[in-house]
Ligand binder design. Structure first.
Ligand code: ZN
Length: 264
C-alpha cells in the first residue's frame, strides 16, 4: 500500500491489541475539509487512514496508536473501541452532504478498489475476526449512520473483508415485528442482534432502542429495506448473519471498559 502521510496530533496509546476494523464516511463537503478537521487538535477526532474518491490513501495515525474515530460505542460487549480498532474514513458526503437530488453520493469504483487493498493489508497485519469488521453505524446505532446504506459491503465481503452470510430459507410463519410488539419473537430477535454484536437489552418489547438497532442492521445488511420494522426478510437476514457470526468466531470476548474519546 502506498499512503501519503498527514500526521494528526489526535491520538494516544492503545489499551488493547487491535481486533476490530471500523469503516466510516467523512460526511463533509470534501476530503480536504475532512483531512483538515482530523489534523486540528481542537477537533479531537482522527482516523488511521482516509481514502479519497480517486483511490489515494492518506495515513494520519500509526496503526499501533489509538486514533479517535469511534466515540461512544459498543460491539460484542466491548467498549473503548478506539483502543482496539483500526479506523478508516472514506471520503463521501453521505447523509450530511447528499447530491442535489437528495440521493446519497455513490462510492467511486477506484475508491472502493483502494479501500479493499487497504483493508486486506490491515487484516494481514492484525488478527481481526470477520464479525469485527463493522460500520460506525453498527457500533453507535443511536448516533451514527455511516458509511451508509449505499456502501458496497458485498464487494468487500467478496474480497474476504467482513462477514459473508449465506442466505438460508425464509423464516416460516413469522409476522412483521414493529414498535410496540412484545413477546418471545421480539426477545429472540433481540438476543440474535445482541449475539451479532449490537448493544441492546433483550427486554421482549420492540422499543425505540430496538428499532434503532434494526435500522442499523438494515443499513448494513438490507439497505433497500431501511424501515426499522423487522419484516420476514429482515428476520431471515438476522438469522443468516447470526449463523455466519457463530460459524466465524467463538463466543464474543469480554473486556474492561473505559470512556472513549470523541465522536468522529
Ligand atoms: Zn463515523
Amino acid at each position: 500500500m502506498d499512503a501519503d502521510q498527514a500526521p494528526s496530533p489526535n491520538f494516544n496509546d492503545r489499551k488493547h491489541p487491535v481486533d476490530m476494523l471500523v469503516l466510516h464516511y467523512t460526511g463533509m463537503e470534501s476530503g480536504d475539509a475532512a483531512l483538515a478537521r482530523m489534523c486540528d487538535p481542537a477537533a479531537e477526532v482522527s482516523a488511521h487512514y482516509m481514502v479519497w474518491e480517486d483511490g489515494r490513501i492518506t495515513q494520519l495515525v500509526a496503526e499501533d496508536k489509538r486514533a479517535w474515530h469511534a466515540g461512544v460505542s459498543s460491539w460484542q460487549g466491548d467498549d473503548d473501541l478506539n483502543s482496539r480498532s483500526i479506523g478508516i474514513e472514506i471520503v463521501n458526503g453521505g447523509h450530511d452532504v447528499p447530491l442535489p437530488d437528495g440521493t446519497l453520493p455513490p462510492y467511486p469504483d477506484q475508491q472502493i478498489t483502494a479501500l479493499i487493498a487497504l483493508c486486506q493489508g490491515v487484516l494481514a497485519r492484525h488478527a481481526i475476526p470477520a464479525d469485527r469488521v463493522v460500520a460506525h453505524s453498527d457500533i453507535a446505532p443511536t448516533r451514527k449512520t455511516d458509511p451508509g446504506e449505499h456502501f458496497p459491503w458485498a464487494r468487500l465481503a467478496a474480497a474476504g473483508i467482513g462477514l459473508s452470510p449465506v442466505s438460508g430459507d425464509a423464516m416460516a410463519a413469522t409476522d412483521e415485528l414493529s414498535t410496540g410488539h412484545t413477546g418471545a419473537q421480539v426477545s429472540a430477535l433481540q438476543h440474535a442482534l445482541k449475539a451479532i454484536g449490537y448493544r441492546l437489552e433483550a427486554s421482549g418489547t420492540y422499543d425505540a432502542a430496538t428499532r434503532l438497532v434494526v435500522c442499523a442492521f438494515q443499513r448494513r445488511w438490507l439497505p433497500d429495506r431501511l424501515t426499522g420494522n423487522a419484516d420476514r426478510n429482515t428476520l431471515a437476514r438476522v438469522r443468516d448473519v447470526y449463523a455466519a457470526v457463530t460459524a466465524s468466531s467463538g463466543p464474543p470476548s469480554s473486556a474492561s471498559s473505559s470512556s472513549a474519546s470523541r465522536p468522529s
